[in-house]
Design a binder for this molecule. Sequence first.
Ligand code: GLU
Length: 331
Amino acid sequence: MKKFSWLLVLMMSLSFALAACGSGGEGEGESSSGEGDSSGEGWVENVTVLTGGEAGVYFPIGVAMADIIDSQLEDVSATGVSSGASVSNTEQLNNGEAQLALVQNDIAYYGVEGTNMFEEPLENYSGVLTLYPETIQLVTIADSGIESVSDLEGKRVAIGDVGSGTEANAKQILEAHGLSESDLDAQYLDFADASTNLQDGNVDAAFVTAGTPTGAIQELSASADVKLISFDQDAIDSLTEEYSYYTQQDIPEDAYENFDSTATTVAVQAMVIASNDIPEDQMYEMTKALFENLDDLSNAHVRGEEVTLDTAQDGMPIDLHPGAKKYYDEQ
Ligand code: GLU
């Protein structure tokens, strides 16, 4: 009997201690206070935000997002980490290795559908918001002799990091111009390595799918004479027809500081996806925190200025996370 009552006391104090640790939200999936400063039942305390390579745009924007969540949600810590970008981000998020990720909208869609590079439908992530256009840029040194995509035949071409959206786009663009990866010496390099290798003369051209100005190209243009290559109009027409996520884009002359960047190409849309393991009330608070601190995104990169509540569902290719949906419904 004595043993039993000690056990009871122990269990009671344990449950008191547990109740004291959680600051509310104890009632069956109830949302937390709505102040964005408390955590609820089942919340993920450590949020990893997958970005891309450090010389891209996902990295500064994703790190800024992590900082917003980290500072606005008490008891939640968030970190932005560099990664191989879209395809690997999608897979890692789906496997539960991270909670949020920046990805291209075409790749997010292929993942849910289980098409293209994905062997089966991925079911564990959903959409949060779309961000800004990501331009498919083909960059080369000004005197390389490359004037069009067809000139890439037989050349050493960086086609993006392994598992990046850039890789997927590069292959589709080559195909639309009647080329395949095997017609060139394709190299899997992230933006920073592609830029160093262009500068050193080890590669002839590089595909970069990212918001403009992309850090890697900006830096390269400070020390080398570079140019962007336009895609053939026929190829652009067939790409936009075959893949609904491509839109034609004219890169303006002043997209970069050091050179005339005029070129006609295509763009997809950057977006944020979330793991379905994030509880609805937590996702609601994270979405709210992001929209209430949009200035931090514009300060991180000029493309951050395009993130607005009004456009946050433009080009959204997949279902919204219920927590993000709740926020939009409320606004
Ligand atoms: N869209 C690129 C990719 O997934 C990454 C862009 C970036 O890092 O800004 O390949």
